[in-house]
Design a protein around this ligand. Structure first.
Ligand SMILES: O=C(O)CCC(=O)C(=O)O
Length: 264
């Protein structure tokens, strides 16, 4: 992790890694996901959400380029520093959001040392549940998608009542702080890394084409946020050794050396 990346993540609670995928890779991944999302044989992988968007589940075994998102070197360099030796993939899913969908209430922030904790001591960051969100769509500011209260991962108080109004679809311009909530622009191919300790949300997608984002959520090796559900053996056989290790159950004793995961 570069000094400036560590600084940005610590101050904001999120960090954008630009251009981790090139546009050809983005196009291939989008095409594969779009095709499968409309193929009834894969219907079980794409449960609908109430707002007309769909989730994508259990997809990394479909294609080596999808599986490679699990342990991309630019991302693992960041995760190794945030989560420590032997970190694990807790759960993952994708989202396909047509125009007018995707609104998600502001949540998180100000929880202190719970399961989504954020801490920094002696120059060493540690985070609980940490999200790696792969953007497969250009997302301009005010175009919908991820939004947050930068710095709120260190807040000492819970979200006040304006969070309810946000749920109704507004970004509330507080008289005291009109720009408290920031919509974070990303380009297709960028990776957004954020701590779940950050107060964050999603605003309604405005783009012509559906928004695709793939979210991989990692924990320290000893922690589990979601109920542990290992992927099917069919999925596991498609993965490399180091990708398979990410799906292990949580444990404390003798965590694997980070180099096992290829973290530099
Ligand atoms: O839409 C986004 O980028 C944020 C999604 C999110 O926070 C979540 O799924 O928990």
């Amino acid at each position: 992790m570069l000094d400036r990346q560590r600084y940005i993540f610590d101050v904001q609670g999120y960090l954008v890694l630009p251009g981790v995928l090139d546009l050809q890779q983005v196009a291939r991944l989008r095409a594969l996901l779009e095709t499968r999302a409309t193929d009834p044989r894969f219907g079980g992988h794409f449960p609908p959400r109430d707002d007309g968007s769909v989730e994508a589940l259990d997809f990394v075994g479909w294609d080596a380029e999808l599986a490679a998102l699990l342990d991309n070197d630019r991302v693992t360099a960041v995760l190794g520093e945030l989560l420590g030796t032997g970190y694990r993939l807790d759960h993952y899913y994708g989202m396909r959001q047509p125009r007018g969908t995707g609104l998600l209430a502001l949540h998180g922030g100000g929880h202190g040392m719970d399961e989504t904790f954020y801490a920094c001591k002696g120059g060493q960051i540690r985070t609980g549940l940490t999200v790696v969100s792969w953007a497969l769509s250009d997302t301009p500011a005010a175009g919908g998608g991820f939004a947050c209260v930068p710095g709120s991962h260190k807040a000492n108080f819970s979200l006040p009542e304006f969070a309810d109004a946000f749920f109704a679809g507004e970004i509330v311009a507080l008289p005291e702080a009109p720009d408290l909530v920031r919509e974070v622009p990303v380009k297709a191919g960028d990776v957004l890394v954020f701590t779940e300790a950050l107060a964050h949300a999603a605003t309604t997608w405005q783009g012509e084409d559906a928004r695709w984002a793939l979210l991989f959520k990692y924990c320290p090796g000893w922690a589990s946020w979601a109920r542990h559900r290992p992927p099917s053996s069919a999925t596991l056989t498609e993965l490399t050794e180091r990708q398979r290790l990410l799906f292990e159950a949580p444990y404390v004793e003798s965590p694997r050396d980070a180099t096992t995961l290829g973290v530099s």
